[in-house]
Design a protein around this ligand. Structure first.
Ligand SMILES: Cc1ncc(COP(=O)(O)O)c(C=O)c1O
Length: 346
């Protein structure tokens, strides 16, 4: 039986063409800056994002970690959303490894953090009791708010706020290209106000491994040292970087298709009695939905029955689920998923 995996856009496997590009990659020792393919990916990223430099890292988590630690000292504080990935799902790396405390403020339904709340989070630098506010993290698209896209006007407002308060701005753009195609804007514009940005090659873009961190030359030099400290200095990494280059060249525009399929899937699920869409989804390629209270099935049993019908989805809370469309989600996957929901709930 075929399996249709909606748990995440990280489950995609490299296509034959991507594997060919990887196999043919010209490589060298990247710790010595001698891997031409990694160098090419980093230059390409800096150009795409309108920044001075970029760094290839193993994951979005490492990108956020070295991005934050390049700008914060021990005892500094980073302000971020309660629904932010860095706060929720990165094992508090910035605190554990960097001694950076996290001041969390609520995300609004649209993924933003209100300026009012940001203001309330800024510490008094002159008071020795308080840590030093150093940086704000926003996420675009915002995963746990439903894959929401931050408006350009909002990002500008946050950037203004950061400038006024002497704070750096980091954008966790794990799914930045989903935001860019949704807004019909070049990624460069989305991140023009950020001091540091990460995006993942291993999510909707379909590469097997890797994320990029981008910013000024000075920031990336610091980040390169931090990556080495973390054991993230890879050698002939060009084999992986080649997949990233292939992804950026071939898999950006097609993210629109994922968004269309997410909408089709959401429409199909919403029409099934007992299912309700949550978090206002879909905004991009993420769908959140929940079972109505009167549906008599446990979350575990529901997931198991879907699995028996070849459909994998992820639970994100009591009776709430996340489904993600990606490169391997074809029309038949959408149809099978809707059919499985219908059969189980009937
Ligand atoms: C918004 C966001 N940031 C960062 C990450 C971390 O990426 P990785 O899994 O590559 O560490 C994720 C992963 O799902 C994410 O959704």
């Amino acid at each position: 039986m075929k399996t249709y995996d909606f748990r995440s856009d990280t489950v995609t496997r490299p296509s034959d063409a991507m594997r060919e590009a990887m196999a043919k990659a010209v490589v060298g020792d990247d710790v010595y800056h001698e891997d031409p393919t990694v160098n090419q990916l980093e230059a390409m990223t800096a150009e795409l994002l309108g920044k001075e430099a970029a760094l290839f890292v193993s994951s979005g988590t490492m990108g956020n970690l070295v991005g934050v630690l390049s700008q914060c000292q021990r005892g500094d504080e980073a302000i971020m959303g309660t629904q932010g990935h860095t706060f929720l799902h990165e094992a508090s790396g910035v605190s554990v490894l960097g001694g950076v405390s996290m001041f969390t403020v609520p995300n609004e339904a649209d993924g933003s953090i209100s300026i009012e709340n940001l203001k309330g989070a800024v510490r008094n630098h002159f008071d020795v009791h308080e840590p030093i506010s150093r940086l704000v993290i926003i996420e675009n698209t915002q995963n746990f708010c439903g894959g929401t896209v931050l408006s350009q006007a909002y990002v500008e407002e946050v950037s203004e706020f950061c400038k006024q308060h002497g704070l750096a701005l980091h954008i966790d753009g794990a799914r930045l290209f989903n935001a860019a195609v949704a807004l019909n804007l070049p990624v460069k514009e989305l991140v023009q106000h950020a001091d540091s940005v990460t995006f993942c090659l291993s999510k909707g873009l379909g590469a097997p491994v890797g994320s990029m961190l981008s910013g000024s030359k000075e920031l990336i030099n610091k980040a390169r040292r931090l990556r080495k400290i973390l054991g993230g200095g890879m050698r002939q990494a060009g084999i992986l970087a080649a997949a990233g280059i292939y992804a950026l060249e071939h898999n950006v525009e097609r993210l629109r298709v994922d968004h269309v399929r997410a909408q089709q899937l959401a429409d199909g699920l919403a029409a099934i009695p007992g299912v309700k869409l949550t978090r206002g989804t879909p905004h991009t390629n993420l769908i959140f939905c929940a079972l109505e209270d009167d549906v008599e099935i446990t979350t575990a049993a529901f997931l198991e029955k879907l699995k028996e019908m070849g459909v994998l989805i992820m639970d994100v809370g009591p009776r709430e689920f996340r489904l993600v469309t990606h490169l391997e989600t074809k029309d038949e996957a959408v149809e099978q998923c809707i059919k499985a929901f219908e059969i189980i709930l009937n």
